[in-house]
Ligand binder design. Structure first.
Ligand SMILES: [Zn+2]
Length: 183
């Protein structure tokens, strides 16, 4: 049992679900259909962006992206208990301290497990299938990190292969990391 499960439930009222306007015309005859333009906007699907916002006013983890822009994969280490976290945190999940420091991680690792994305790729990557994703044990660090593995075709990869960390700059200036097989 974690401490959090013993805490009293908040007495704050739960937010009520927002009522959505009726647009299907099957409700009361008093409802009027919204203009065509509004209907189109309401039916546009909400798309999750798998790369988060990265600026300091948007995330307390902005330094992760700043370091990645300089080519370093990094994470947080707790100054109180010494735990190294992945992904980076704003509070230590082990001792709950907020006194964390940033450390650079090794730039190479070995493939622990991998799989291929043959269909159903995330938005924006549909034209790049097939590609490999996998878990990589970073060299000399107690961390197993998930990411895309570029370089050799997925059906030529092997468990234990060495890969290196690369930073990838997106068209809008944000960065993310990938793994890459040796040239
Ligand atoms: Zn800690």
């Amino acid at each position: 049992m974690s401490a959090s499960t013993k805490m009293p439930r908040s007495s704050a009222p739960k937010p009520r679900p927002r009522e959505l306007p009726q647009t299907d015309g099957r409700e009361s005859g008093k409802a009027t259909s919204p203009p065509e333009k509004t209907r189109r906007a309401a039916s546009t699907p909400f798309l999750l962006d798998f790369v988060p916002l990265q600026a300091p006013d948007q995330t307390r983890l902005a330094q992760f992206y700043e370091r990645l822009k300089e080519g370093h994969l990094s994470t947080t280490r707790c100054r109180n208990c010494g735990a190294i976290h992945w992904p980076p945190r704003v509070a230590c999940p082990d001792c709950h301290a907020e006194d964390l420091e940033w450390i650079d991680l090794p730039s190479t690792g070995r493939i622990y497990a991998f799989s291929a994305v043959l269909a159903g790729a995330p938005l924006g990557m549909e034209s790049e299938v097939p590609f490999a994703v996998g878990l990589v044990d970073l060299e000399g660090a107690p961390l197993r990190v998930f990411g895309r593995i570029d370089g050799r075709p997925w059906n030529e990869l092997k468990i234990g292969d060495t890969v290196r960390v690369e930073s990838l700059t997106l068209p809008d200036g944000r960065v993310f990391y990938r793994f890459h097989t040796p040239e």
